[in-house]
Design a protein around this ligand. Sequence first.
Ligand code: UD1
Ligand code: CA
Length: 460
Amino acid sequence: MHMQAVILAAGKGTRMKSEKPKVLHELCGKSMLSYVIDNVRQAKVEEIAVIVGYKADEVKASLVGDVCAFVQHEQLGTGHAVMQAASFIDDNAYVVVLCGDAPLVNARVIEEIFECAYAGKKDAVVLSTILDNPYGYGRIIRDENGRIKKIVEQKDADSAQQAVKEINSGVYCFLGSALKKALKGLTPENAAKEYYLTDSIEQLLAGGYDVDVLIEQDSDIIKAVNDKKQLAQLEKMMRQMINSKWLAQGVTMIDPENTYISYDAVVAPDVLLYPNVVIEGRSIIKKGTVITTSSMIRNSVIGEHCTINSSVITDSVVGNHAKIGPFAHLRPKSILGEHVKIGNFVEVKASTMGDNSKSSHLTYIGDAKVGENVNLGCGVVFVNYDGKAKNLTVVEDDCFVGCNVNLIAPVTVKKGAYIAAGSTITEDVDEYSLAIARSRQTNKENWVLRPSETSEGDKR
Ligand code: UD1
Ligand code: CA
């Protein structure tokens, strides 16, 4: 069987009330359109056409792999959209047509509709399902023998038709030649003044073609997104599917209903996730790591047996056995070794830190290379910015940097050196030396009047 797919993705999605094209809205970090394309590919369809229109360049730029894009300059309806791909459609192919706003229609369903059309030698098969609340969908209208007669859109349906609970999923499989024939007969004579793809069913039946309906039992996966409420509903379904997958693989979630893992993230067995943990992008969380409430991990790799406490980590790498937080912020390009400790209110940016190094409290580490076994005291600031450029600070292995030290970059603190608390370091520090860079303390004796001399606390 020669299989082709046409995916409709030209609409603006007016009901989304968004600047962003509807099909680029995401469920668990992946766009609806890329779900649809991946589902089609998983069903082993190699020839894929996507109809783009509203913000066509933006939608085209999102396409990966071998996909042909056709532009529908004016959005005159779903039938008109398919017409744009007429040159792509092969007469002898079975062509599945899908909507870019129905991301949960999976490969199993796509394979079934191809099989139904091919094995039954049908000219067209419509995928339907039964919904308790069919509002907004096209209804499948059957004759007295139960055979499909036509599809009627919500806007065009009379009250008897509106009562029908069997709806059009928007997924079809056509024989290429029949589809092209039916498209030629479409007219915009309906409430929306659009060329409806759904009218092709009545067209084909009138021409004596063999049309059938395949009913999908799992009505949830048929659902499409037309507004933000439906987007949230499908996001929830996708989140549950993702969480079920990781639970089955041995991840522990205290509250799976409130655990947010992106489609592309990977979480290892024996990871423990507290409620309200958010793992975004292509993050990888390795085994035995514990992530507590309100942590946000984005496109980062977290090693084995780490503890991440209520912290934000973006585009970074954390080594095994590291302890982060509470309330730490690892900004992009932070690369931490094993057994590193980054404590409360520490911010790290574009810096590396070697094994066993620690910064336990209230520190800013920016544009730095910190070696192994380094201790950074409370309140150390890597002064990386001179008002024009960002400069590098190097702190070599085994150094001890006291509290409230400013390291004015570019500067290097060599191996094993100590820096006295409160120092502002502007020059390199030699190996195993002690740097003190602060003014000496002066004690002014009897500077404060004693209580016997005047009223309490007065100064001279
Ligand atoms: C459509 C079906 C309806 C079905 C429902 C399933 C028609 C007329 N109606 O309704 O029977 O129950 O899907 O979800 O087909 N699009 C274009 N170009 C256009 C118009 C739409 O590419 O000119 C694309 C949209 O981007 C979207 C898809 O087609 O991805 C469906 O369009 P939409 O407006 O959402 O159709 P529905 O009203 O939901
Ligand atoms: Ca729709």
